[in-house]
Structure formats: structure tokens, C-alpha cells
Design a protein around this ligand. Structure first.
Ligand code: PMV
Length: 340
């Protein structure tokens, strides 16, 4: 359908990302300022795309209004408020001051709100599309706007390996550590359990509860310890050293879920099947030197395994042998958002 001449339209594809050093806890819950540094890998599916494609249409109007459809379902309320804040920030940063009637149509190619980062690619795609309209370049500078939608979206504004530092308050931005070509042998397998849908406690509510009640969280975010941990992650990534990286990933995921358990009431994101995969990974790593796989879990039960390409076959066979009721999704490191 042809657009009216004064209506502008933009379509963006944005990838998902999975944190290897997890962000958990907000210093400022409105602006999504994190309490700790995080590091992620930007990912796309090997067999089918994983991420979000978003089209926006911008029609000049007297006041802002926003209509949102995600996978064909209409959304309003809190999402619209977040998008208004992103637009206000971009208006301040650009020379375009006009108000708009915005219609947003998003298609998510990842399991929405199941604890697998769909809000990251969703807000990254939307931010990049709005950035095009406000004539702001698509780069990590836009991550301070993406962050207003969802913290982890800040890291989907770049491809490859990305760090989001807690320092910097309102200007806290993600930075690219290495691009997507840095470590082509690094692969990832997402195990998405069919019997687990939407997560029971959102990450926003989970973080609020952990900040209010978990003393273990206070130990986790202690500045010197956190800086040293981030430094070790960066070193392992720079050197492309899976022997160093694997244990760091697993220990950080375990510590994050220990904080969840230390939260009151506890956040029980892992399921029985998650523990079966954890045990399987330790079993095969003990049998093999150097280790072949590392697991990490976001705010949900679905394991994400990192491994080197040469071990894909062996790890997939071990997963098959567990007989899980799950979709097994192979991924590789991806570039950042792009115009479609
Ligand atoms: O920003 P959110 O609401 O997508 O929270 C992300 C929280 C974790 O996925 C558990 C960790 C992370 O750093 O992505």
C-alpha cells in the first residue's frame, strides 16, 4: 500500500543478545541505570533468524500518540510511555522537534518474554528505526535511548561482543569490545523448553525484589570485585580463550541465580530440566580437557550453551541423549541492527 506523502516509514532488523556477565539490579529503575557492568554476545540463528523486525510509520501531528502491534497483537500502556521517553530524548538530541502519530509493527523471531532477551532486540529495533527518523546515526550512542525501553536492549545496539558499564549515570552507554568477525569459531546453542512459556516474574520486578532483599546481591555488585570480574571476561574474549571464558560464564550465571534464590520471596527461574543440562555440561567438561561447553541462564529456565564450533556435534548429541522436550536453536555471533 502506498504511503501518504507526509508519512515516513522505516524498517529495521535488530539481533538478540545473551549476557555472559549478567546485569541484575537497577540503580535507577526509571532510567534503567544498572548497578553492575555486563557483557554480552550479539547473536543470530544459523537456520532461521533470531531477533526483531520493526517497521515504524511517522505521521506529523499536534501531539504524540503511539500504536504498537507485536506479532499481530496490539499493546498500549507502559510500552507507549517508554517509547514517548525515547522520542523525547531523541528530540532533545536532534533538530527535529515535531510531534508524531507513530504506528509500530514488530515481528519477534524469538520466544517473547520467556526469559530469552526478546525485549532487547525489540527495543533495539525500535530505537534504531526512531533514530533513522530523528537523523541520529545507528551506533552504540543510541544505546542510551534503547536502555530506556529495556536495559539489555542497550547491548543489542552493536554486533559482536558488547560491554555496558554501570558508570556514567544518565549517559550510560554500551560499547563494542569486538565486532562479529573477532571469534568466528564461537557458537551458541539455545535450548528452548516447549513446556515453559512466559516467565512468572518479569526481570524488572525480579531486580526490584533482589535490590530490596538480597544481601548476596550487595556482595555481587561490590565495585572492586565486579571490575576485576569484568576485566577477566574482557581478557578471555580478547585472547579468544575458551578455557578461561567457559568457567567465568558458568560461575557468573550460577552467582546470578544464587542471588535470585537469596531474594525474598525467592525468584525460582530455573526448572528441573535446567539442572539436568547443568549436570550434563559438567559431566562432559570433566571428561574432556579443555572444557567443551559453558551454560548460562537468563531470568528463565532455558539453557544457553556457549562452545567452539569443533565441539558442536558432540554437544548436540549429548543434548539429544537427554531426551528433552525442547527446541534446539544453533546460533552464531551476529552484527548489530541494520536497515531492511
Ligand atoms: O533489561 P532486561 O529487563 O531485559 O533484563 C535482563 C536481565 C538478564 O537477562 C537476566 C541479564 C542480562 O544482562 O541480560
Amino acid at each position: 500500500m502506498a504511503l501518504e506523502p507526509h508519512v515516513a516509514a522505516y524498517t529495521i532488523w535488530a539481533p538478540m543478545n545473551i549476557a555472559v556477565l549478567k546485569y541484575w539490579g537497577k540503580r535507577d529503575p526509571v532510567d534503567n541505570i544498572p548497578l553492575n557492568d555486563s557483557i554480552s554476545v550479539t547473536l543470530d540463528g544459523v537456520a532461521a533468524p533470531l531477533g526483531t523486525r520493526t517497521t515504524i510509520q511517522m505521521r506529523p501531528a499536534e501531539s504524540d500518540s503511539i500504536a504498537i502491534s507485536i506479532n499481530g497483537v496490539d499493546y498500549t500502556d507502559c510500552l507507549a510511555r517508554k517509547i514517548e521517553r525515547i522520542m523525547d530524548g531523541m528530540r532533545q538530541a536532534s533538530c527535529i522537534q515535531t510531534r508524531f502519530q507513530v504506528s509500530i509493527a514488530s515481528e519477534n523471531f524469538s520466544p517473547t518474554a520467556s526469559g530469552l532477551a526478546s525485549s532487547a532486540s525489540g527495543f533495539a529495533a525500535l530505537t534504531a528505526a526512531l533514530g533513522l527518523h530523528f537523523k541520529l546515526p545507528i551506533n552504540t550512542g543510541l544505546s542510551r535511548f534503547a536502555r530506556l525501553g529495556s536495559g539489555s536492549a542497550a547491548r543489542s545496539m552493536a554486533g559482536g561482543f558488547v560491554k555496558w558499564t554501570a558508570a556514567g549515570d544518565a549517559d550510560t552507554c554500551a560499547v563494542q569490545l569486538h565486532d562479529e568477525f573477532h571469534w568466528p569459531q564461537l557458537r551458541c546453542i539455545i535450548v528452548h523448553f516447549n513446556s515453559h512459556g512466559q516467565k512468572e516474574v518479569s526481570s524488572t520486578e525480579g531486580m526490584r525484589r533482589s535490590v530490596a532483599t538480597s544481601r548476596l546481591l550487595q556482595c555481587r555488585i561490590e565495585p572492586e570485585g565486579m571490575a576485576e570480574k569484568a576485566r577477566r571476561f574482557e581478557e578471555a574474549l580478547r585472547e579468544k580463550d575458551f578455557c578461561k571464558l567457559g568457567p567465568l560464564i558458568m560461575q557468573d550465571s550460577n552467582q546470578f541465580h544464587a542471588v535470585c534464590l537469596d531474594t525474598y520471596p525467592p525468584l525460582l527461574y530455573l526448572a528441573g530440566e535446567s539442572h539436568r543440562v547443568i549436570k550434563m555440561v559438567h559431566r562432559i567438561n570433566e571428561a574432556q580437557q579443555p572444557p567443551v561447553a559453558a551454560y548460562t541462564f537468563d531470568a528463565g529456565p532455558h539453557p544457553v550453551l556457549f562452545l567452539l564450533e569443533q565441539n558442536l556435534g558432540a554437544v548436540l548429541a549429548e543434548l539429544q541423549a537427554l531426551g528433552l522436550d525442547a527446541k534446539i536453536i544453533e546460533c552464531r555471533v551476529s552484527g548489530g541492527p541494520r536497515v531492511c
